[in-house]
Design a protein around this ligand. Structure first.
Ligand code: DSN
Length: 426
């Protein structure tokens, strides 16, 4: 067993222990390029595995329904205070279990059933929870989609968004993405929302780590009413969510929406792990990591551009790249994902704007640099990874190419082991 933390589990439940050990090895030996994934520190995992998982703590610090809260209150207060400092927010709710419940609670706080929301089209880089018809929010509220200008520039069409807002008179304008390689223009969103009297909400799940490091602009500084995020992407914490606001009136309704509106007892082990990750993110080393994420993504994009690979928007301004695999290599997104998996490189298939293929087998692949940057890889390695991707996708029939890349990937990963800690011990 490679994973030294499974002493009890391996004796009691070898099946689960073996599966976890396999995942441990997969992560250690493979190159992780899914832009929403990362590695947490050992300290975060210790908090996650702690006795706090045993405790029920419905309510908020100082206002719980059950007894025995002296330590849970301390944990949640620390998590709130650290998140406030990190994001420059007056009010933070640290209880959302992940991004989807955070968004649902934010909608519940701001909207009445039937209200209109403008959210970015999933097919243009938005997110399922921003109004996809299969989701609960879309059954409660009336979502109208906006998108990008055209196939090539792939910039949000802010003029069309303004026209849509004037026509639809939304109660809320939502900015955020899961596959968009450009900066969001928070001020444009805010101006349009102000013109029609709408609330502004930013879902910064992908770029939260870049925001707290000052690499991306903070929508709260642009006057946004509410910001939601996950904690496990660039922010490099445990799986979880957050809701932030500078408005006291909104903070009060957000707290009621999270509990009892959407959730029951908070997962206190998870909140402790968030607090640990926030302390790590306050360290100056986190800023270096965030800057390097963007530098690595640019280095990869430069190789793709030089080799004539088509990227949505022509490159990247953040941590992620959308490659049009179909146009560039004649290989669909699903096949590209599988071929690269076979070569030890994990990323995900993804639609490109105005994609003519189906969502389950779109034209694109989405890749990002947060996890490889956490391992300490820099531009030189990023350029090498881009060359490997090109080599595999240019030779889809050639298993020898994939075998060679897999061996080289494993050798590179051995040189850059997943770190156990990101900040010095105190
Ligand atoms: N599944 C996440 C992502 O990969 O972007 C978003 O929820």
């Amino acid at each position: 067993m490679d994973n030294v933390c499974l002493a009890f589990l391996s004796q009691q439940d070898p099946d689960i222990a073996d599966a976890i050990d396999g995942e441990h090895r997969r992560q250690a030996e493979g190159l992780e390029l899914i832009p929403s994934e990362n590695y947490v520190s050992r300290a975060v995992r210790e908090a996650l595995a702690s006795e706090l998982t045993n405790k029920y703590s419905e309510g908020y610090p100082g206002k719980r329904y059950y007894g025995g809260q002296e330590f849970t209150d301390a944990v949640e207060r620390l998590a709130i205070e650290r998140a406030r400092q990190l994001f420059g927010a007056r009010f933070v709710n640290v209880q959302p279990l992940s991004g989807a419940p955070a968004n649902l609670a934010a909608y519940m706080a701001l909207l009445e059933p039937g209200d209109t929301v403008l959210g970015m089209n999933l097919a243009h880089g938005g997110h399922l929870t921003h109004g996809h018809p299969l989701t609960l929010p879309a059954k409660i509220y009336r979502f109208v989609n906006y998108g990008v200008t055209d196939r090539d520039s792939a910039e949000i069409d802010y003029d069309a968004l303004r026209d849509l807002a004037l026509r639809e008179r939304p109660k809320l304008i939502l900015a955020g993405f899961s596959a968009y390689p450009k900066h969001l223009q928070w001020k444009r969103f805010k101006e349009i929302a102000d013109e029609v009297g709408a609330y502004t909400m930013a879902d910064v799940a992908h770029i939260a780590g870049l925001i707290v490091a000052g690499v991306e602009e903070n929508p709260l500084a642009a006057g946004f009413d509410v910001v939601t995020t996950t904690t496990h992407k660039t922010l490099r914490g445990p799986r979880g969510g957050l809701i932030l606001t500078n408005r006291e009136d909104i903070a009060a309704v957000v707290d009621k929406a999270v509990f009892p509106g959407v959730q029951g007892g908070p997962h206190m082990n998870n909140i402790a792990a968030k607090a640990v990750a926030f302390l790590e993110a306050q360290h100056p080393m986190f800023r270096d990591y965030a800057r390097q994420i963007v530098a690595n993504a640019r280095a990869m994009a430069e190789v793709f551009a030089a080799e004539g690979v088509r990227m949505v928007g022509g490159g990247t301004e953040n941590h992620l790249i959308l490659v049009d695999a179909m146009t560039s290599f004649g290989v669909g997104g699903k096949e590209a994902q599988d071929l690269l998996d076979d070569a030890g490189i994990t990323l995900n298939k993804n639609a490109v704007p105005f994609d003519e293929r189906k969502p389950m087998d779109p034209s694109g692949i989405r890749l990002g640099t947060p996890a490889m940057t956490t391992r300490g890889m820099r531009e030189k390695e990023a350029r090498q990874v881009a060359q490997w991707i090109i080599a595999v996708l240019r030779a889809p029939q050639d298993a020898q190419v994939r075998k060679k890349v897999r061996e080289e990937v494993r050798a590179l990963c051995a040189q850059f082991p997943i770190p156990e800690r990101f900040v010095p011990a105190v």
